[in-house]
Ligand binder design. Structure first.
Ligand code: P1T
Length: 380
């Protein structure tokens, strides 16, 4: 099955056996009748498993070319489940430029529990080997990174990981499986904030994991059930519905993203534009190799280079909305230093280039002319 068919049919029964409904029913129930203790039809309690969530989990596995999908109450709940695979003393190498909430979870919770994190630039795979020792267990890769749009070579990370017997986990939130399939490039685990492009309509908070290996799936399923950070059936239904148009939406996100990136690049009130489709992007060739497009996320800094100029821009936009999050049909603008990445200390932010004059755009699927006109008027 090709990707554009998998988004609609992957992992699904084509009709529900009860009444032939084309969409899986929303099984809004906590529990399931047993005829005798243990005598049930595959589901016993909705934390352990729910048919609507199971339909979504099969869809996630299918679109990512994995064997097992797991859905959680948020992207961070999914990351939290991954980190519970480790013990005090274990070490993890993470991209040094990543979503602020992931950084907060790593440093604010799991570091206190004894897991050691090394935040390293992963622009060149060779640079990470110096951080690997006998305690190292996993490489955590976010690509493209949030908000700097750096690209990390997943295959190169896999080659290093294989040598040292490490897991490779990829946060595929920005790219989605439409643009990038990390498991095919050697990753062991893919993570999503399904809140973003997978849901696609800014109406659900959810996270997902996809793996190929059964043993790893079993461990993660144990954690999912034991810790209990699952999503509900209604939200599972909404994300399942979102996935059905993922390919169409992503195509338009990519087209509009490119238009916006090129417009900003030529604008006198703009300094730097971060978008992996530019030939002079430091890892443009890797993006071309491992992605099927460059996505709808674009970050830029103002020519004035001040906090005030960034604030003035985000206060003037009309079609774009100033808000956290990304990946919905509507265009959003964010100010990473004070919003999504405020939990990263200022000096750490500065090291990766998240300056006060930076704005991050999640380019939606509206008419491109309206988006460009809005940016034009807001830049003044
Ligand atoms: O918000 P949640 O569903 O818990 O997902 C967390 C998360 C994980 N990974 C990446 C790359 C993310 O961007 C996010 C969430 N990000 C935002 C809310 C944001 O505006 O960047």
């Amino acid at each position: 099955m090709k990707f554009n068919t998998k988004t609609i049919h992957g992992g699904q029964q084509n009709v529900d056996p009860a009444y032939g409904s084309v969409m899986p029913p929303i099984y809004q129930t906590t529990t399931f009748k047993q005829s005798t203790p243990g005598g049930h039809k595959g589901f016993e309690y909705s934390r352990s498993g729910n048919p609507t969530r199971a339909a979504l989990e099969r869809s996630l596995a299918s679109i990512e070319n994995g064997n097992f999908g797991l859905a959680f109450g948020s992207g961070l709940a999914a990351i939290d489940a991954v980190l519970k695979l480790f013990k005090p003393g274990d070490e993890i190498l993470s991209t040094n430029d990543l979503y602020g909430g992931s950084y907060r979870l790593f440093t604010g919770i799991f570091a206190d529990l004894g897991v050691k994190f090394h935040f390293v630039s992963m622009k060149d795979a060779i640079d990470i080997e110096q951080y690997i020792n006998k305690n190292t267990k996993m490489i955590w890769v976010e690509t493209p990174t949030n908000p700097m749009m750096n690209i990390i070579d997943i295959e190169a990370m896999f080659r290093v990981a294989k040598e040292y017997n490490l897991l490779v986990a990829v946060d595929n939130t920005f790219a989605t499986p439409y643009l990038q399939q990390p498991l095919d490039l050697g990753a062991d685990l893919v993570m999503y904030s399904a809140t973003k492009y997978l849901g696609g309509h800014s109406d659900v908070v959810m996270g997902g994991l996809v793996v190929k290996d059964q043993k790893l799936a079993e461990k993660l399923y144990f954690i999912q059930n034991a810790s209990g950070a699952v999503c509900g059936p209604q939200d599972s239904f909404l994300v399942l519905r979102g996935i059905k148009t993922l390919h169409l939406r992503m195509q338009r996100h990519c087209e509009n993203g490119e238009k916006v990136a090129r417009f900003l690049k030529d604008h006198p009130r703009v300094d730097k534009v971060y978008w992996p489709g530019f030939k002079n992007h430091p890892n443009h060739n890797i993006a071309k190799k491992q992605m099927n497009g460059f996505g709808g996320m674009v970050s830029f800094t103002t020519a004035e280079g001040t906090l005030e100029s960034a604030v003035s821009f985000v206060e003037k936009i009309k079609v774009f909305t100033l808000a956290e999050s990304l990946g919905g049909v509507e265009s959003l603008a964010g100010h990473p230093a004070s919003m999504t990445h405020a939990s990263i200390p200022r000096e750490e932010r500065a090291k990766t280039g998240i300056v006060d004059s930076m704005i991050r755009l999640s380019v939606g699927i509206e008419d491109e002319e309206d988006l460009i006109n809005d940016l034009k008027q807001a830049l003044g």
